[in-house]
Design a protein around this ligand. Structure first.
Ligand code: REL
Length: 851
């Protein structure tokens, strides 16, 4: 054996040394970029106001032509020169050839002639390639070729070039005016992208009554005064730029159904956007309008009750007609049934009856699809066990195996459950319905968007590890001001590995650099990250439900004041062209959150001062609270009426659903604002939230979970630090999420982290604050074993799946808590070890208090 080793070594060296460069020569992987200055063999997209022509094939898909037109506009926006588009296939000396494999003759010819290597994308889903080809055709010196494995892939490729020249996905939606450039050179290289990690990636337009709908009616679809084709066209283009591929359209009572306007589905088809419908709207119907309002007009009879057990024939026909009407378009059908809107399945009272009925409904819906498409599995179907439907599913509802289960979060960003190993074997796989905006208990958050990339990544990466790679949908509310979080969601869905929970906190920087430039990126990212962290402790919309103790309150107010200051500083440094974007993406949400906190907290301080008979200070704080309230109104008014000459008129409401939290709270003093409750204590007690503690006495010790002095990893199951996650600003968790669970009996085998603390002899409480996640699936928990100085362990499990008072408290304050009573015999150094028995458990910090 020994004698052969040098030969093998020599052969290995020979193979590596000679074949790798050869392989690289065949498939050069040189990154591509765009600059104003020429580089060797660069492709001149625009020089001396001359622009390379864009060549498409008229036989290629409409989305390719639409993307080419958008690129033309983008180039004009950046350089002032507008390229010509030729769809007849007549090439020029310098041109951009855009086409889909199998649909563009020019691309076909290039492949045949061996001038374009498409092996990296052939046959793949939504993949694309950008490359520069020398002498592609007689008389053509060079061409920039953008080709996709399918039409959407081609469009994504085109928008990749847009991004490279400086036109970012939200440029129209957030007025991110690109920097003007006199020339554009594309460096000689190749960019191959795809396929996406998640097959279907889309948004849900929801709770649009206070933003998207009034804005669309005033500024976009002004004839129909609704969210119609003019608005949807902008939305579809945005989706392509974000590399998303489907939509759950708006559906509240203020909006007529998507299918009510025939141009909507036609346009979606042209933009290659797949239309689907949300969890309470089976078979692409939109009940608030189509069942409740329009049924009689459509069918000449009243709809009757929305009950499948007593009114099956009408409901059946209503669904079947939509299956027929949508047959020619790409669609994803939601199966099952709920109430007309967001409520439980009407009819049978007991669970067994509901399950039987639901099984019948799904079987009937499959029949409709079979009749229309010849095979019940011919079209993608989803089933979303949202709210009460999860109970039915867990109680034994039978779901055809090809239907994708779309697991929901708990509406606050924490996923309720994921597929078991058995469910992971289903051909339909699974997906996720996630919220970054929500209407509902314990309290809405429809105004601002405050889930951090770290949180979104933690939950969605976990989902991906458990097989949720088929369908991701995010409830984006009105789209604005949720731009960054929406873009993060889509970037993650495209490349889950890139933005793992260990990396996600870097997203703010990369996002800020792309939009505002490297120079300001760190400062802007810093603002965003502090904004997210403060909101993890309590979202702005939840401020009326939360109480902070005096020290926490002071710190919070100071942090927000500093944020306002920093926003002002950066704003001054930005050029005029970025002012609008900065206002929309940073200033409005950050100042909005800050003023909301000031309004609520100063008002309470004013009442306390009043109680203490400190009239002057009471009035001082009451004025500060009023100022903060006024500032929100002024800022919002500016957003709607002044920004970009009124382009956003109606988009921003500072009081969605007119909830009390958006009003002025009771304050002390002042003629109009004197609303001090007669019984102040009673008023404070009536705040239904929870007390947020800051360890504010010397006796209390706080340890950030990431400050461990030792830890144990297992093979393929590591302890990782996750910046930006949880109330401490960082967490530790096991990673990847697929590691095994440990029972209490085998706790000593589990990964752990270890902390050194200094304690006095006596009894203490160790409190472990964790992200309020939920156990991954049945059979798993969120268990920990806590030992101190090697004493017997104390076990805790923070899993809490009931949506009860404790769950409400946890999602509002941003953490779940486990407590372990411990006793120390001698004063001095103590070692606390926390075994993480399950994955999906993110430990934020430890707080040790004397008992
Ligand atoms: O977030 C959700 O999915 C639900 O709250 C919605 O279905 C519901 O329609 C909500 O907009 C309230 O009406």
């Amino acid at each position: 054996m020994k004698a052969y080793t040098p030969i093998w070594l020599f052969l290995t060296f020979f193979i590596i040394f000679f074949s790798v460069p050869q392989l690289l020569a065949q498939h050069p992987v040189i990154p591509m970029s765009v600059s104003e200055n020429s580089t060797p063999n660069a492709f001149p997209l625009v020089i001396n106001k001359k622009t390379a022509a864009i060549i498409t094939d008229s036989q290629d898909a409409p989305v390719v032509q639409l993307a080419a037109t958008a690129l033309k506009q983008d180039i004009q926006l950046v350089t002032g020169s507008s390229p010509e588009i030729d769809t007849t296939g007549v090439v020029r000396a310098q041109c951009v050839i855009i086409g889909t494999l199998g649909q563009s003759q020019l691309i076909g010819k290039l492949v045949q002639a061996g001038k374009l290597s498409i092996e990296a994308i052939r046959g793949k889903w939504e993949s694309y390639l950008l490359t520069i080809v020398k002498n592609p055709f007689p008389g053509v010196q060079q061409a920039l070729v953008i080709t996709g494995s399918d039409p959407r892939g081609t469009a994504y490729g085109v928008f990749e070039l847009s991004k490279m020249i400086g036109v970012v996905p939200f440029h129209w939606w957030a007025d991110i005016h690109p920097e003007r450039r006199r020339a554009l050179y594309v460096s000689n290289g190749t960019l191959t992208v795809g396929s996406p990690a998640v097959k279907y990636r889309g948004i849900f337009l929801n709770d649009e009554d206070w933003g998207l709908q009034p804005w669309a009616a005033t500024r976009m679809d002004t004839v129909i005064k609704d969210i119609g084709p003019v608005t949807y066209e902008r939305i579809f283009e945005l989706l392509l730029r974000l590399r998303a591929n489907f939509i759950w359209p708006a559906m509240h009572e203020c909006t007529k159904a998507f299918y009510h306007y025939p141009d909507n589905p036609k346009l979606a088809d042209q933009y290659s956007i797949i239309v689907s419908s949300n969890h309470c709207e089976p078979m692409l119907r939109s009940n608030p309008f189509e069942w409740k309002v329009n049924f009689e007009k459509e069918y000449g009879v009243s709809p009757g009750e929305w009950r499948y057990d007593t009114n099956k024939s009408r409901i059946y026909r209503y669904w079947k007609d939509r299956v027929q009407a949508s047959g020619k378009y790409a669609a994803i059908y939601t199966v099952g049934m709920r109430g007309i809107h967001d409520s439980g399945l009407p009819g049978p009272k007991d669970k067994a009856g509901k399950i039987t009925l639901m099984n019948e409904i799904i079987a009937d819906q499959r029949d409709m699809l079979r009749e229309q498409f010849g095979d019940a599995t011919a079209r993608q179907q989803i089933f979303c066990p949202y709210k009460e439907v999860l109970d039915l599913y867990q109680a034994g509802l039978k779901l055809p195996e090809d239907v994708t289960i779309v697991w929901p979060d708990d509406n606050f960003g924490y996923i309720r459950q994921l597929s078991t190993p058995q469910e992971q074997r289903r051909s339909g796989a699974s997906g996720i319905y996630y919220h970054i905006s929500y209407w509902g208990a314990p309290h809405d958050y429809l105004w601002l968007s405050t889930h951090s990339p770290a949180l979104i990544s933690y939950e969605m990466t976990k989902a991906f590890h458990f097989g949720a790679d088929r369908f991701w949908v995010v409830n984006v509310g009105d789209i604005k001001p949720n731009e960054m979080e929406t873009q993060f969601f889509m970037d993650l869905a495209w490349n889950v590995g890139k933005w793992s929970p260990m990396q996600a906190a870097k997203y703010s920087y990369s996002w800020a650099a792309e939009i505002f430039g490297e120079e300001q990126a760190a400062a802007i990212a810093g603002i965003k990250d502090r904004y997210y962290l403060l909101a993890q402790h309590g979202k702005p919309e939840h401020m009326r439900m939360l109480q902070f103790d005096p020290i926490a309150r002071e710190e919070r107010l100071r942090a927000y004041t500093l944020l306002i200051y920093d926003v002002e500083q950066i704003k001054r440094r930005l050029p005029v062209r970025l002012q609008s974007a900065f206002f929309q993406l940073v200033e409005y949400p950050v100042k909005g959150a800050a003023y909301m906190n000031q309004k609520e907290l100063y008002a309470r301080i004013s009442l306390e001062k009043e109680q203490m008979k400190n009239v002057q200070e009471a009035q001082y704080y009451s004025r500060k609270a009023v100022n903060a309230f006024d500032s929100i109104q002024i800022l919002t008014d500016y957003y709607n009426h002044n920004l970009e000459n009124g382009k956003w008129n109606g988009i921003m409401s500072a009081a969605p659903r007119k909830l009390p939290v958006f009003n002025m709270p009771p304050v002390a003093g002042g003629p109009d604002t004197t609303t001090v409750p007669k019984n102040f204590r009673k008023y404070i007690d009536s705040i239904p939230g929870t007390f947020i503690h800051t360890p504010d006495t010397a006796a209390v010790q706080l340890k950030e979970a990431t400050s461990y002095i030792a830890c144990r990893h297992l093979p393929g199951d590591s302890i990782k630090r996750m910046p930006g996650l949880g109330v401490g600003g960082a967490s530790v968790s096991r990673y990847p999420f697929t590691g095994q669970s440990f029972s209490e009996a085998s706790y000593q085998d589990a990964p752990y982290t270890e902390y050194r603390v200094s304690l006095s002899a006596g009894a203490h409480i160790v409190s472990l604050q964790c992200l309020p996640t939920q156990a991954i699936h049945a059979g798993r928990r969120l268990g920990m074993a806590i030992t101190i100085n090697g004493q017997p362990p104390i076990f805790a499990d923070i899993n809490h799946q009931e949506e009860d008072r404790l769950w409400q408290v946890n999602v509002l304050r941003g953490y779940a808590e486990a407590t372990a009573p411990v006793t120390i015999t001698y004063s001095g150094t103590a070692i606390i070890r926390v075994y993480l028995l399950d994955t999906g458990l993110a430990l934020n910090r430890l707080i040790i208090t004397p008992r």
